[in-house]
Design a protein around this ligand. Structure first.
Ligand code: NAI
Ligand code: 15L
Length: 271
C-alpha cells in the first residue's frame, strides 16, 4: 500500500505521548524517524532513531535531512524556570524552522498547548482568533512557536497545523481534565487530518475529544474535518464519585482560570 509520505520525523519520541503514538505512525510514511534528547530503543524495520538536542542548530539541521513532514512534539512540556524552556522550546523551535526552510520541508504539525490561553477564565469560550493569554513561560513558549510558524507560512509558504492539545493521557480524573481530555485515537485522527488535508496554510486547532462542557470552539479549523469519536463522559461518574475539586470557589485560581494548576507555578497571581 502506498503511504502518504516517504519519510516523516517525530520529535519528542521518548516522551509520554511519543511512546503512545509510536505504534500508530507507520501508517503515514514508509520511514518514521524518531528523535529525542534521550536515547530511544528497539528501532523497528520502518523506523530510524536520532538522538538530538533541539537547542543544537547543526544537529537539528542533520535531523531534518530527507524528511517530507514533521510532527514536532519534542521540548519542555510543563511549567519550569525560563532557561530550559528557552533552550528547548524557543531556540529549539527557531532551529527547527530554519532547518525546515533550508531542507525544503513543506509541512509541520506542532504540538502546541492549551496553556497558550491559560489566563482565560473557565467561564469563557475561546476560539483560535482570540488573542493568546498564556499562563506562564511554558505557555508563552508555545505562543512563540505558533507565531514563528505563522511567520514561516506568511514569508515562505511553509504550512503548519498548531494543535493546542488539552489533556492527552489515558484517563481524566478531575473536572478540568473532563473539559480538556483528548483520547489517543482522537489524537491520531487529528494528526491524520492535519497531515493529509490538502491545504492547511497556518492553522490553529484545539486537540480535544467530544467532551461535555468544552471551553474551546474549533470553528476556524472546521475545514480539517476532524470528528472526535471519544468523549471524557466515560470518566464523569468516577470523577463525581471521587469528590475531587468539589469546590466551586471562583477565588481559587486553579478553578477560575483555564490553566488550572499551572497557575500555581512561578510568581503569585495578582488580580
Ligand atoms: P513529555 O515531556 O513526556 O515528552 C517531551 C519529550 O521531549 C521528552 O522525551 C524529552 O526528552 C524531549 N525533549 C525535551 N527537551 C528536549 C530538547 N532540548 N531536545 C530534544 N528533545 C527534548 O511530554 P508529552 O506529554 O509527551 O508531550 C509531548 C508534546 O505535546 C510536548 O511538546 C507538550 O508540550 C505537548 N502537549 C502535551 C499535552 C499532553 O496532554 N500530553 C498537552 C499539551 C501539549
Ligand atoms: C500541557 O501542556 C502539558 O504538556 C501536559 O502535561 C498537561 O499538563 C496539559 O498541558 C494540561 O493542561 O493538563
Amino acid at each position: 500500500m502506498t503511504k502518504p509520505f516517504k519519510r516523516i520525523l517525530f520529535t519528542g519520541a521518548a516522551g509520554g505521548l511519543g511512546r503512545r503514538l509510536r505504534p500508530h505512525l507507520g501508517q503515514f510514511a514508509d520511514v518514521v524517524r524518531l528523535a529525542d534528547l534521550v536515547p530511544i530503543a528497539d528501532a523497528q524495520p520502518h523506523e530510524e532513531i536520532v538522538q538530538c538536542d533541539l537547542a543544537d542548530r547543526d544537529a537539528v539541521m542533520a535531523m531534518c535531512e530527507g524528511v517530507d513532514a514533521i510532527l514536532h512534539f519534542g521540548g519542555v512540556s510543563t511549567e519550569v524556570e525560563f532557561a530550559p524552556i528557552m533552550q528547548a522550546n524557543i531556540l529549539g523551535m527557531a532551529n527547527l524552522y530554519e532547518a525546515v526552510h533550508k531542507r525544503g520541508i513543506r509541512r509541520v504539525i506542532f504540538a502546541s498547548s492549551n496553556h497558550t490561553m491559560g489566563m482565560y477564565k473557565t467561564t469563557d469560550v475561546v476560539d483560535a482568533a482570540m488573542p493568546p493569554r498564556a499562563d506562564g513561560y511554558y505557555g508563552l513558549s508555545k505562543v512563540f512557536g505558533e507565531s514563528l510558524s505563522r511567520y514561516y507560512w506568511d514569508r515562505f509558504g511553509i504550512e503548519t497545523v498548531c494543535i493546542r492539545i488539552g489533556y492527552c493521557f489515558p484517563e481524566a480524573s478531575n473536572h478540568r481534565q473532563l473539559a480538556t481530555w483528548l483520547s489517543l485515537d482522537d489524537m491520531v485522527e487529528l494528526l491524520r487530518r492535519s497531515l493529509l488535508t490538502p491545504r492547511v496554510g497556518h492553522t490553529i486547532t484545539f486537540g480535544i475529544s467530544d467532551n461535555d462542557g468544552k471551553w474551546w470552539d474549533d470553528r476556524h479549523a472546521r475545514f480539517l474535518a476532524y470528528r472526535p469519536k471519544d468523549s471524557s463522559r466515560q470518566f464523569t461518574d468516577a470523577v463525581l464519585a471521587s469528590g475531587v475539586d468539589k469546590s466551586d470557589d471562583m477565588n481559587d485560581i486553579t478553578l477560575k482560570f483555564q490553566g488550572g494548576v499551572f497557575l500555581t507555578h512561578g510568581p503569585k497571581y495578582k488580580p
